[in-house]
Design a protein around this ligand. Structure first.
Ligand code: C2E
Ligand code: CA
Ligand code: CA
Length: 526
């Protein structure tokens, strides 16, 4: 950017000097062709028009005046006869030159001002009056020294706007901007920008003569968990920051903002107050993108497969159910773990491709084992609960003629709070005789209240609880109370993640119906 500005300044000088040179050349040419009687004196309009249109009224008039003098009292009317011009002749020409320069320069200045106004509108936030991201993108971002870029976010803009409305949210943003300006006023090495919503960018020049960026960041943290009074209403502020330190002067401010955004995303996902950019974070997000973009191909190339894990009856120690679990093996033979790729594709519509694949694998299994009564359990994600997806499931089951009672859908506990109309979807499943299991029970906001409201057949108690059931009395009595509740409400129980005989024995002693875990069976590719 700095380089570009330098080139522009240099170009400006060159154009101005060239214009003066052209004027002198015109003067010599007029003289050589015999004086001002000839038409060539009009050539002088070219440099005058060029200077006035590029440099405006002031420079244009100066140039026109000098050009007028160049063709003025010392320029003969007729060189060969040595006849000089009447004063009125060259003065009138000078006035015409000045008028031309004035008119062109006037419009040039007007246009420039107009352009500057538009640029100012584009590069400033109308609400706070602060410079915005456009200013960072297109401004003079010459980095004379290392910089620290901070993306400063006050959480909850969306919710505040939905609840209090746009106007009040803008007032809050304004007030925050004022507070920030007040804090930052005493530092001369900070430039504050408005990014979007309640997000701001701080560009701190890490010049050794200035205040250290860490000190400035600490000052900003004072705003965290404080109350801001807007229209007499105290608003609680919770702040998160993404920080990018660029020791390399060649890294543009805009690139710094991009890095600060990456750091902020990390802080937000991991519920941290702030996070500092590291290249590994970029790698992390690149991996997420690679997962999302490579999933469909992996599925088409059979690199994604279904594994099954047996679930045994506690009474007979015999398997009676399987859970289908996705497995992704890359071309190089390495594996991507389900707890890495499932949360990524769950964020996209790709999850339906996986669920459809699992449904088809479940049906394949049931057709192959039509003589026994095993149940196949399929994991459903939040997005899978829609009328379209459920209709797909019902139609596929009907077309395959398998018994729907041998299919179970696993719903994780947190889905219950997050899917509107979940109850309606569960009833749809029930009406089609499909079983429902509540997965990972004990990891969310477990409440007996909703258990009595929703039509579930089975509760799968999470492995994080089961793993200590044999050594922790409190856990044991907690699980016992879950089992008692389930017995009373005719809900079956599964203990997940059984890894030892001791855990298995305790589960049986408590009265859990089914057992699942590495102790019995490790997931196996189908
Ligand atoms: P989940 O539904 O709770 O599945 C059980 C997980 O516990 C599986 O992990 C299984 O391998 C693991 N597990 C089973 N027994 C033991 C044990 O004794 N000890 C320990 N430590 N772990 C045990 P996995 O296969 O890595 O899957 C992780 C999660 O990914 C699943 O948790 C499920 O939430 C999700 N997932 C897997 N496949 C699918 C799928 O096809 N669709 C959806 N929506 N989610 C899936
Ligand atoms: Ca499951
Ligand atoms: Ca589970």
């Amino acid at each position: 950017m700095k380089h570009k500005l330098f080139i522009n300044l240099k170009m400006n000088k060159v154009i101005l000097l060239s214009a003066y040179l052209i004027s002198i050349i015109v003067m010599i040419f007029v003289y050589m062709t015999g004086g001002t009687t000839k038409v060539y004196a009009h050539l002088m309009y070219i440099p005058i028009a060029a200077v006035s249109s590029i440099y405006g009224k002031k420079n244009g008039i100066i140039h026109a005046f000098i050009s007028g003098l160049l063709l003025g009292p010392f320029m003969p009317l007729n060189v060969s006869k040595n006849i000089f011009q009447e004063p009125l002749n060259w003065i009138l020409r000078l006035i015409i030159f000045l008028t031309v320069a004035f008119i062109i320069g006037f419009f040039s200045d007007y246009n420039r001002k107009h352009r500057e106004q538009i640029t100012s509108l584009l590069t400033h936030d109308a609400n706070t009056g602060l410079k915005n991201i456009e200013a960072i993108m297109h401004g003079n971002n010459s980095n004379s020294c290392a910089e620290t870029i901070v993306l400063f976010t006050v959480n909850g803009f969306g919710e505040t706007m939905n609840f209090f409305g746009y106007a009040f949210s803008n007032q809050i943003t304004n007030k925050i901007a004022e507070q920030l300006e007040k804090i930052l006023n005493k530092y001369s090495n900070v430039q504050l920008y408005h990014y979007s919503g309640m997000q701001f960018v701080l560009e701190i020049r890490d010049d050794s003569s200035e205040v250290n960026s860490d000190e400035i960041i600490s000052a900003m943290e004072e705003l965290n968990k404080s109350n801001l009074v807007v229209n007499g209403i105290p608003i609680y502020l919770e702040i998160q920051m993404g920080i990018a330190k660029t020791a390399d002067k060649n890294i543009s401010t805009f690139n710094g903002v991009r890095r600060a955004l990456i750091a902020y995303s990390y802080a937000r996902t991991n519920n941290l107050k702030s996070s500092i950019f590291e290249p590994s974070l970029e790698e992390h997000y690149r991996n997420i993108l690679n997962i999302a973009s490579g999933f469909s191909e992996a599925l088409a190339c059979h690199n994604i497969k279904a594994a099954y894990q047996e679930i045994l009856s506690a009474e007979t120690d015999e398997p009676c159910c399987i859970e289908l679990l996705a497995r992704w093996t890359k071309k190089d033979g390495s594996a991507i773990r389900p707890d890495v790729f499932i949360p990524v594709i769950e964020r996209t519509e790709l999850i339906h491709e996986l669920t459809k694949y699992m449904i088809s694998r479940a049906i394949d299994f049931l057709k192959l084992h039509s003589s026994d009564n095993w149940i196949v359990s399929i994991n459903f994600s939040l997005k899978d609960f829609s009328t379209d997806n459920l209709n797909y499931l019902f139609q596929t089951i009907e077309a395959s003629k398998v018994d729907p009672e041998r299919i179970q859908i696993e719903v994780v506990e947190r889905t219950i709070a997050n899917v509107r109309d979940l109850f309606k979807y569960l009833i749809m499943l029930k009406n089609h005789k499909i079983k429902i299991a509540l997965d990972d029970f004990g990891t969310g906001y477990s409440s007996y209240h909703y258990l009595s409201e929703i039509p579930i057949d089975t509760i799968k108690i999470d492995k994080s609880i089961i793993c200590s059931i044999d050594i922790n009395g409190t856990t044991k009595s907690l699980v016992k109370s879950i089992v008692d509740f389930c017995v009373e409400n005719e809900i079956k129980t599964v203990a997940e993640g059984i890894e030892t005989k001791e855990i298995s024995d305790t589960c049986k002693e408590i009265g859990i119906d089914y057992l699942q875990g590495y102790y019995y069976h490790k997931p196996e590719i189908m």
